[in-house]
Ligand binder design. Structure first.
Ligand SMILES: C[S@@+](CC[C@H](N)C(=O)[O-])C[C@H]1O[C@@H](n2cnc3c(N)ncnc32)[C@H](O)[C@@H]1O
Length: 269
């Protein structure tokens, strides 16, 4: 009954916004575990990608951290003004702000409780987290060198508005680095939207297999953590949301009816 209702309401932008806001507000408020800093499904690099030799000690969530690391390698963040939209619990922002030397890194998220948690856990001079919406970025035109977006834009009410906001706030010569999933036909729609922007699509990669490998690698720990953190009656629902092996998310990624992509876009000078 509840699932049928959600399916019915899902196409409405107001419902998508409401759903994202409620979900991520509740998660950060009720599970403030400071060692849970990333909420993406993670990434296993290809053999051609340079090995990550990190001395990073603030997290054990290596695969989700790698999602950020290998995305950020597509441009130079050093001394740049970087905006991350959908920064969640802040681990990705912290890792990039600490290791890629941007001048300033701002993590923006719809959920105030996630922003508060991130500001509490991660403190660096070149890093801050603010509340805001991807569909109304609180920045002047041409103010950002790089916009980063990790596994977030699938839940926006109007992703076309988000893309026009990115186009507006990027400086000429700036970059949008984005990773996210969609069902196969929705990925075609998303690609069309990207092509309708004035941004140039420099790179597009299907990274589904890399994400599947990550889900499988972390599964035993993730299942254990869910049992520790989540009340028993919510564990099944949360396991689906967390994409454990055997969940609908994992199965659809595995059978190809859903895919996970990495995009690199550039605003012409
Ligand atoms: C799956 S989590 C990923 C978080 C983070 N990027 C990571 O990889 O750990 C998606 C995040 O997008 C945020 N989000 C959803 N809709 C948003 C919107 N309209 N504006 C800004 N953030 C939004 C959510 O609150 C959530 O923190």
């Amino acid at each position: 009954m509840v699932n049928a209702l959600i399916k019915l309401l899902k196409p409405f932008p107001w419902f998508k916004r409401f759903n994202a806001k409620i979900t991520y507000e509740l998660l950060a408020k009720h599970i403030p575990a400071q060692d849970w800093q990333f909420m993406n499904y993670g990434y296993v690099p290809t053999q051609e990608e340079p090995e990550l030799k990190t001395t990073c000690t603030f997290t054990k969530q290596v695969y989700p951290l790698q999602m950020y690391h290998y995305l950020a390698l597509h441009t130079d963040l050093k001394n740049k003004q970087v905006l991350e939209v959908g920064s969640g619990r802040g681990g990705g922002a912290r890792y990039l702000a600490e290791n890629f030397q941007p001048k300033q890194y701002i993590g923006l998220d719809l959920a105030q409780s996630a922003v508060d948690l991130a500001n509490k856990i991660h403190q660096l001079p070149n890093l801050k987290y603010i509340q805001g919406s991807a569909e109304k970025l609180p920045f002047p035109p041409a103010s950002q060198d790089v916009v980063i977006n990790v596994e977030s834009c699938h839940s926006y009410g109007r992703v076309d508005i988000f893309l026009s906001e990115v186009e507006r706030v990027l400086k000429p010569g700036g970059y949008l680095l984005l990773v996210d999933f969609r069902s196969e036909y929705k990925m075609d729609d998303f690609r069309k939207l990207l092509k309708e922007t004035k941004l140039t699509l420099l790179k597009e990669e299907d990274i589904s297999q890399r994400v599947i490998q990550s889900i499988e690698a972390v599964n035993p720990d993730k299942v254990k953590r869910i049992e520790e953190l989540i009340p028993k009656r919510w564990q099944k629902l949360f396991s689906d949301f967390a994409g454990v092996v055997g969940s609908r998310f994992y199965n659809t990624l595995k059978d190809g009816s859903r895919s996970y992509y990495r995009f690199v876009l550039h605003k012409p000078s």
